[in-house]
Design a protein. Structure first.
Length: 269
């Protein structure tokens, strides 16, 4: 008999780290970007955006795992998502999804329109569904793959919430990246704080100053634009720094492909 090739093991000591697992494909990233902007998305930008999204969702899963462990459970449920965000505000991303999922019903306060009139949940959900919410189902395969890579299991409702957060976050990232291209760099820094300011705003770091100007054409979103958009979409903290690190690594990996036969430098910009 012909020997069958050994199948790779799932999990355990030989499992690949999250950084080696690409759950959200570049093709999915480009589909999301096409719903937001007519700008071209370079290959390295798509890889960088996928890496940022993967990192953010992985951090949410890890936070939810800790919440579940505190209750003696191994399977994640939607309330673990709420607990993860309560414990770490930097995980609060894709907030547009919160108004569309039962998980956050009653936790979002009162919705009002521009005139101050209260909007009922039924009225809100009868309006046009945002593209990030509408496209959440496209993320299911990648989210399940990411859950496996983190050694986690989740009930279907939790998978749906992770899909929605990933979809809305990536849509927000696409909008911010398009804004960076249009405005020629990051023009909006800072975070909202409650109460009177404690003093003058802190000076921008060298990395942030470098993002205030942009070189290159105004028709293509590049990997640097994704890095700039990430600084706009994530609060300062460890999650943001990890996301930027993973995005740079992903973009560098694509650029290295330019030395391969048949791959042009323009494709890796």
């Amino acid at each position: 008999m012909t020997a069958q090739p050994a199948r790779p093991r799932r999990g355990g000591a030989g499992a690949a780290p999250a950084a080696d697992v690409p759950p959200y494909a570049s093709s999915l990233v480009k589909t999301v970007f096409r719903n937001v902007t007519s700008l071209h998305v370079s290959r390295s930008a798509a890889r960088a955006a996928a890496a940022v999204t993967r990192t953010v969702v992985a951090e949410i899963i890890d936070g939810a795992k800790r919440a579940a462990a505190d209750e003696g459970r191994t399977k994640l449920v939607p309330r673990d998502l709420v607990s993860a965000i309560d414990r770490d505000v930097t995980l609060e991303v894709g907030s547009e999804w919160y108004s569309w999922t039962p998980t956050f019903h009653g936790l979002m306060g009162t919705l009002r329109d521009a005139d101050g009139t209260i909007i009922s949940p039924r009225q809100y959900r009868s309006s046009r569904t945002p593209s990030g919410v509408d496209g959440a189902h496209m993320f299911e395969a990648g989210t399940k793959k990411l859950l496996r890579s983190r050694g986690a299991k989740a009930v279907p409702a939790m998978v749906r919430d992770l899909d929605g957060v990933a979809s809305v976050f990536l849509t927000d990232l696409a909008r911010s990246a398009a804004m960076v291209v249009r405005e020629g760099g990051v023009k909006r820094f800072g975070a909202v704080t409650l109460g009177p300011p404690a003093g003058p705003p802190p000076p921008l770091s060298a990395a942030d100053r470098a993002l205030t100007t942009r070189d290159g054409d105004r028709r293509t979103i590049g990997s640097d634009d994704i890095l700039a958009a990430t600084t706009m979409c994530l609060l300062p903290g460890e999650v943001k720094q990890r996301a930027l690190t993973e995005a740079r690594a992903a973009a560098t990996g694509v650029c290295a492909a330019a030395t391969e036969p048949g791959v042009s430098a323009a494709e890796t910009r």
